[in-house]
Design a protein around this ligand. Structure first.
Ligand SMILES: Cc1cc2nc3c(=O)[nH]c(=O)nc-3n(C[C@H](O)[C@H](O)[C@H](O)COP(=O)(O)OP(=O)(O)OC[C@H]3O[C@@H](n4cnc5c(N)ncnc54)[C@H](O)[C@@H]3O)c2cc1C
Length: 402
């Protein structure tokens, strides 16, 4: 029995393998071209909120938040815990009306939130000093995961559940028989599968192009930093701080230290085209000036940041589809293949529910959320070609955080 092949050992691929292994007796093999965590997942900020901008997104994130709690219990012996410190989304008076329009959606779906003014935020989190006119939209179920804890813990759990994880195993193409994907091509020949699940993130457009499928996905360099040690735990939630040009949260590099993580984009930087399947993110470099810009921009919000220096830098890619929503589902021209990609700057947050939905689709079950809005088949060939023919700078890509 060939079973399932998952391509890509990031948070999405590992969660897919985990969900398949938990629900199926069939063999699950995960193929990673380098080492598990080689892509964006180990470089992420790990922030999660359920307060997104579309019905499908909010419904999916509600499941992700529940699954993060379950993963926290299941992976505790492996050294991972979900940090449920809440997620605060900040808005200035200009950006608030657009978000305010989404409150009826959150109400209808039963997703709880709180609206806080600056004084309330300062009282609740003593290390936070937002400007007087800012509005906070707080998601008490949100928080963050430390990627360097989550990714290896999930990989070990997958192995214990019987998933075969093969590293240094690059997939060079799909194996198609009688019009159906029936395996993958690798350096050691064809590996057969009943269903193949592609979770190769920034490599997706190049990989699918090999199979004659064009997807309107673009990738952008993104970077985040962890500070030197603080003397005590920082009293802030995870914060999507758009008015300050970034995001910031408590962090740790070891189990007993207290630090700050912050990240943001470089507005005038052009998209990064990944044309070669052998591309590796270690070849990316951040714009040098961003380090000091992040400190200057975010210190008024979290004054303790001013007394620290950045100790680590992680540079990776985030991917956006033409309409900014994820690409998750099947393609009519390639039965036997399920694709998960383009999770904007929120792929880490999406990963538990994306893994669940990809596993459900691969197994032929009804997905827990109607994912028609995420279908890879939703883009017309004309729109796709026109989008891929342009070169986009980060400031012009849909800016959707976590
Ligand atoms: C600096 C930064 C900060 C971020 N912060 C956040 C955040 O706070 N919250 C959030 O939700 N998201 C965040 N993100 C986004 C998030 O990291 C990504 O959306 C997510 O990690 C994507 O997961 P993935 O498994 O699809 O991709 P990846 O982790 O990139 O995994 C894809 C894997 O596929 C492998 N692969 C590629 N081609 C092949 C092949 N042909 N054969 C075999 N293997 C192959 C790659 O080596 C890679 O390991 C951030 C990203 C960056 C870069």
């Amino acid at each position: 029995m060939p079973g399932y092949i998952v391509i890509g050992g990031g948070a999405i691929g590992l969660n897919t393998a985990y969900q398949l292994a938990r629900r199926q007796s069939d063999k699950v093999t995960l193929l990673e071209k380098g080492q598990v965590g080689d892509g964006s997942s180990s470089r992420a900020g790990g922030i999660i909120t359920g307060l997104l901008w579309s019905e499908t997104g909010v419904l999916a994130r509600m499941i992700s938040l529940r699954l993060y709690q379950e993963l926290s219990a299941d992976l505790e012996p492996y050294g991972y815990r979900f940090q449920n410190v809440g997620c605060l989304n900040l808005f200035d008076p200009a950006s608030w009306p657009e978000r305010e329009e989404l409150l009826p959606l959150y109400d209808r779906l039963g997703f709880a939130y709180e609206i806080l003014d600056a004084a309330q935020m300062r009282r609740r989190w003593p290390d936070l000093t937002p400007e007087d006119d800012l509005i906070g939209l707080h998601d008490a179920l949100g928080g963050y995961s430390e990627p360097h804890e989550f990714v290896p813990a999930l990989a070990r759990r997958c192995r214990d559940l019987g998933v075969e994880i093969r590293e240094n195993a690059r997939v060079s193409g799909l194996h198609i028989e009688n019009g159906r994907v029936s395996g993958v091509q690798t350096a050691i020949g064809v590996l057969e599968a009943d269903v193949v699940i592609s979770t190769v993130h920034a490599w997706t457009a190049a990989f699918m192009d090999l199979c004659g499928v064009r997807l309107p996905i673009k990738s952008f360099v993104h970077q985040r930093y962890v500070s030197s040690e603080l003397e005590e735990r920082l009293s802030i939630p995870a914060i999507n701080a758009n008015p300050y040009g970034g995001y910031i949260r408590p962090a740790r590099l070891r189990t007993t230290d207290f630090r700050i993580l912050a990240g943001g984009e470089t507005e005038d930087r052009e998209e990064e085209r990944v044309a070669d399947l052998g591309f590796h993110m270690s070849g990316l470099a951040a714009t040098r000036s961003l380090r000091s810009r992040l400190s200057e921009n975010l210190s008024p919000l979290v004054p303790k940041l001013a007394a620290t220096r950045w100790e680590t830098e992680q540079v990776g890619l985030i991917s956006f589809s033409l309409d900014g929503e994820p690409v998750l589902g099947t393609l009519p021209q390639l039965p036997g293949l399920v694709v998960g990609a383009a999770f904007h700057s929120g792929g880490f947050a999406y990963s538990p529910v994306a893994g669940l939905l990809l596993a459900e689709l691969a197994a032929g079950d009804a997905p827990s959320v109607d994912v028609a809005a995420f279908s890879p088949a939703r883009f017309s060939p004309e729109d796709t070609d026109a989008y891929l023919a342009t070169t986009v700078v980060q400031a012009d890509a849909l800016r959707r955080r976590h």
